[in-house]
Design a protein. Structure first.
Lengths: 66, 132
């Protein structure tokens, strides 16, 4: 899976992490941004909501497992 | 600028476990008659508990695991590391049991470890499949 979190934000989302989700660490946001960690559905949904889109739109499969 | 959320957990948890375990080991050593070793072990675990308590107050992944808190990724790190540890322990137990059987005909304590590992795994698998 790949994700468009960084490109969608236009900048890194770390500084605004609290309103992406109330309980997420800086390290986890870094891992999501760098594609090392695929968030669970509730987290992906929260990120998608932040970008006014859907989780399916933010996280897309490139045919490889994480 | 917004700050990062504190991710909860119990800061004293790891330090308390270290103190209790260290106290038990030190007490057992004292009872066995080796008093100087017992004092040394107690001092070492005291230092370790202090380090653990200080580290638990930090914001990194390991600190979150020490607090038994953190987000789902950090809890996943803890779970995967625990599984890896269990696999390594089981491999050692199985190899140890085989070697002991070859040498003495009795697996000894390795057999107990193998039994606990196998029964726990099977029980866990049966219980968890009902929840997911």
């Amino acid at each position: 899976m790949r994700n468009d979190v960084r490109t969608r934000a236009g900048r890194r989302i770390c500084p605004t992490v609290n309103w992406v989700s109330p309980r997420v660490s800086r390290q986890t946001i870094n891992s999501i941004e760098n594609g090392r960690y695929l968030p669970l559905l509730p987290r992906a949904t929260a990120i998608a909501r932040h970008f006014h889109t859907t989780a399916q739109d933010v996280l897309r499969s490139d045919g490889k497992e994480q | 600028m917004m700050s990062y959320t504190t991710l909860g957990g119990h800061r004293r948890l790891a330090a308390t476990i270290t103190l209790v375990a260290g106290g038990a080991v030190a007490a057992a050593t004292w009872v066995s008659g080796d008093h100087s070793w017992a004092i040394g072990i107690a001092a070492a675990f005291l230092v370790l508990a202090a380090v653990t308590y200080i580290w638990s107050g930090r914001t990194g992944d390991i600190a979150a695991v020490l607090r038994a808190g953190g987000d789902e990724r950090q809890r996943g790190l803890d779970r995967d590391a625990l599984a890896l540890s269990a696999q390594a322990t089981t491999v050692v137990a199985v190899v140890g049991a085989i070697v002991q059987i070859a040498r003495t005909g009795d697996p000894g304590v390795f057999g107990l470890f193998c039994a606990v590992s196998g029964v726990t795994y099977a029980g866990g698998l049966l219980a968890l499949r009902l929840r997911r």
